[in-house]
Write a protein that binds this ligand. Structure first.
Ligand SMILES: NC(=O)c1ccc[n+]([C@@H]2O[C@H](COP(=O)([O-])OP(=O)(O)OC[C@H]3O[C@@H](n4cnc5c(N)ncnc54)[C@H](O)[C@@H]3O)[C@@H](O)[C@H]2O)c1
Length: 257
């Protein structure tokens, strides 16, 4: 039997075929999960609907995490279609392009709020709304990056947002663990060429640096992340919660090389 047979998963963050969420949705489906896919708005709707068709005609709906009403509507949609939810995948983030280059101290107040709201608070708001729907031993996961714990040039306010996201993962793991054993984890992916990543200044240098130095001498790809997502969604990880799992070809362990 496939690892995720009978599991119901909601995946947020598909924008196009390069999105990490796309690889995760494909892998969850391949391992037997039923999916709901969401799109941020009309710009990404077409790509999401196309992917949904390929993945067992998965239901799709809009979910703009900047809006409490949109999150509430997603809750109703999930309740109506699935009843209970086994897996929630949060694979989204946003910061203004001008905040992803140059000096971190130049971050504007509004840019700081926006990045933390969309990239970190959204996980809290989603868990608050969806928590009554979580099945026993449900698994929640969010995508993060090394820039949360190290100063990565140009990653700037997004690193601070990822630090808040990782901390939220720990608090949510503590909150939700006693409610039927719900688990909350983060995957810290190595750099992968996606639309969001290209907004980070000098992103190609980050990619080539990691490929040259990482213990595995390559970059992680979205399919590597998807494999970890299947593990976290499955009962194989039933006692893993509050963790940040690095899927980065080992780059995070390095000192000076
Ligand atoms: N690509 C990398 O190098 C890398 C590395 C580590 C972590 N991550 C993280 O992986 C996740 C997915 O990013 P990606 O690289 O696949 O890029 P992507 O651009 O394909 O995906 C980002 C997604 O965020 C969504 N989004 C932005 N604002 C939103 C909003 N208000 N409401 C709903 N959705 C919104 C976009 O629609 C898009 O689908 C992000 O959390 C990102 O920080 C990416």
């Amino acid at each position: 039997m496939a690892l995720l047979t009978g599991k119901k998963a909601c995946v947020l963050g598909v924008a196009n075929r390069w999105s990490i969420a796309t690889a995760i949705a494909k892998a969850l489906h391949a391992h037997g999960a039923s999916l709901i896919l969401t799109y941020e708005g009309d710009r990404t709707r077409g790509d999401v609907e196309k992917l949904a068709q390929e993945l067992g005609d998965a239901p799709t709906t809009v979910a703009d995490v900047a809006s409490d009403d949109s999150i509430a509507a997603l809750g109703s949609f999930v309740e109506q279609r699935f009843g209970k939810l086994d897996t929630l995948v949060h694979s989204l983030a946003f910061a203004r392009r001008e905040e992803l280059a140059g000096k971190y101290f130049a971050t504007s107040r509004s840019g700081f709020s926006l990045a933390l709201d969309i990239s970190a608070y959204s996980l809290v708001a989603l868990c608050a709304r969806l928590q009554p729907l979580f099945a026993e031993r449900a698994s929640v996961m969010a995508m993060t990056y090394l820039g949360s714990v190290r100063a990565v040039r140009n990653y700037n306010v997004m690193g601070v947002a990822k630090a808040a996201l990782e901390s939220s993962v720990r608090y949510l793991a503590e909150d939700l663990g006693e409610l039927g054993g719900v688990r909350v984890n983060a995957i810290s992916a190595g750099p992968i060429k996606t639309a969001s990543a290209r907004a980070v200044g000098d992103f190609s240098k980050i990619l080539s640096d990691v490929a040259a130095k990482a213990p595995l001498r390559r970059n992680a790809v979205a399919e590597d992340v998807a494999g970890a997502a299947v593990f976290l969604a499955s009962d194989l990880s039933s006692a893993v919660t509050g963790q940040v799992l690095y899927v980065d070809a080992g780059y995070n362990i390095l000192g000076i090389v």
